[in-house]
Design a protein around this ligand. Structure first.
Ligand code: PAF
Length: 278
């Protein structure tokens, strides 16, 4: 496994690869969810490149950029075990040199859900992912379904800008009790960790209602909200039942929908979702 820190080094390494390249962009502090992306990439491509870069431009001024968990040694050991070929680990100066001034800004899909609460977040995500795609030139790129809106944004960017790669969505990996894996779970104390189950429980409730034939999105939002409100440590940012492609809120679930939510458990903000197809 090669570790590359510069853009020039990464481009040079890429151009020596003959055959398909799978790419897994990450911000490090890897967990089973990331490893699942790397495994899918390894199974479907000749080479796998993983990036580790805590991208400053996708964090708001009051968000957790400075304290975002980092453990490069552990990450590299995990990736080596998964037989990753190249790890790209640029510095912030390498990615955003002085006077950097080009941004990728998507309309509409970024204006809802996470976009309303984290203004500028998707501009940072789309910009860094576009840069990484240009540097790594992957055949396929792998993203977790856990960040449902991010996935919609990246797919839209790739389509709108005619980027030459395939975006692959990989199902969310969960802890045995249902909590979606996230690097931010490390912020939870034992009591909060227990309380965090309210996210997956409310999604299970939505799934159950839908399976029984409920198609009124308002009823599903209301039932989920009532359940989450029983958890004293939880504060709801949003509960959404939206069109899986445009993320527009639905009145009736008559097409593939994503049920998503963001809930603060103590000071930690968690997101989760499920997709309900007809
Ligand atoms: O999902 C993430 O970890 C990040 O948003 C990504 C895609 C690596 C961009 O920084």
């Amino acid at each position: 496994m090669r570790v590359v820190h510069t853009i020039a080094g990464m481009k040079e390494a890429r151009h020596r690869l003959r055959g398909s390249v799978g790419f897994v962009p990450t911000m490090g502090y890897l967990h089973e969810g990331h490893l699942e992306l790397a495994r899918r990439s390894r199974d479907e491509n000749r080479y796998t490149v993983v990036s580790i870069f805590v991208n400053p431009t996708q964090f708001g001024p009051k968000e957790d950029f400075a304290k975002y968990p980092r453990d490069t040694e552990r990450d590299l050991a995990m990736l080596k075990k998964e037989q990753v070929n190249i790890v790209f680990m640029p510095s912030a100066e390498e990615m955003y040199p002085p006077r950097y001034s080009t941004w990728v800004d998507l309309e509409k899909v970024t204006e809802r859900l996470e976009g309303t609460i984290r203004p500028g977040h998707f501009r940072g995500v789309a910009t860094v992912v576009a840069k990484l795609f240009n540097i790594v030139e992957p055949t396929r790129a792998y993203f977790g379904q856990k960040d449902a809106q991010q996935l919609v944004v990246i797919k839209k960017m790739v389509a709108d800008l005619n980027m030459n790669l395939e975006v692959i969505a990989v199902p969310t990996v969960r802890e045995p009790d249902g909590l979606a894996m996230s690097s931010r779970n490390v912020y939870l104390n034992p009591q909060e960790r227990e309380a965090a189950l309210i996210l997956s429980k409310s999604l299970s409730l939505a799934r159950k209602l839908w399976s029984k034939g409920e198609r009124n999105a308002d009823i599903i939002r209301r039932e989920m909200t009532s359940l989450i409100e029983t958890e004293p440590l939880g504060t709801i940012d949003y509960v959404s039942v939206a069109d899986a492609e445009t993320l527009e809120e639905l009145a009736k679930i008559d097409r593939p929908a994503v049920v998503s939510l963001a809930v603060k458990i103590g000071k930690t903000r968690l997101i989760d979702n499920i997709v309900m197809a007809r």
